[in-house]
Design a protein around this ligand. Structure first.
Ligand code: 5GP
Length: 189
């Protein structure tokens, strides 16, 4: 998605070998017109899939999921992280590891909000090693839902998570695919 790549080149900051900071349009201040275009692009790519629910994980996936959900006209369910979880009742849970924060977290979704008749699109802001996406896929499968695919705003391909999941048969659509960021130079795939 050219508009997004242009924004990354102009404003994103590369931190260390593998972290991209996009606080100025996605992760702290949110550019709503960019997010609206992102939501419309995910809708264009998955329009024929009869999606009836979007699944993401708090916190930074929520804005992307909500803007996309407007384009589809479907609800968003976001997995809660253990530390703020007050879900109660039966929950689907999965453990994910955050390499940006170096912590393991349990994420959970109430069984009231995800079920076997759902056709689910998973969305997230970043895909790196694939732990967050794997956890969300695990939750969708526990619910017996049909996983239509995953939409990712920025995939860092050099961390390998996306390609491993594609090989296992998951459809992943990334709007910006970063092949490398060596020496702070962003190269798109
Ligand atoms: P993974 O689980 O695929 O290793 O990492 C994906 C999750 O970690 C995303 O939900 C995202 O919030 C966070 N993340 C991974 N890489 C980056 C990055 O370069 N920048 C930011 N801001 N978040 C990242």
């Amino acid at each position: 998605m050219e508009m997004l790549k242009k924004r990354i080149v102009e404003q994103a900051k590369v931190l260390g070998p593998d972290i991209l900071k996009v606080d100025m349009f996605l992760n702290h201040m949110i550019d709503i017109s960019l997010l609206k275009a992102i939501g419309e692009e995910f809708h264009r790519r998955f329009a024929d899939e009869k999606i009836n629910k979007i699944l993401t994980v708090e916190a930074s996936g929520i804005a992307v999921a909500c803007m996309t959900a407007i384009a589809f006209g479907v609800p968003v369910v976001f997995a809660k992280k253990e530390e703020h979880s007050n879900v109660g009742g039966l929950c689907y849970t999965s453990d994910i590891y955050s390499f940006t924060r170096n912590i393991k977290t349990t994420i959970c979704v109430s069984s009231s909000y995800l079920c076997a008749s759902d056709r689910v699109l998973i969305l997230d802001d970043f895909l790196a090693n694939g732990s967050a996406l794997t956890g969300l896929i695990d939750i969708a499968r526990q619910a017996g839902s049909t996983l239509v695919g995953a939409g990712i705003v920025i995939e860092k391909g050099f961390q390998g998570g996306g390609n491993a999941l594609r090989e296992s048969g998951v459809r992943i659509e990334s709007l910006a695919y970063i092949e490398s960021m060596d020496d702070g130079i962003i190269v798109f795939g």
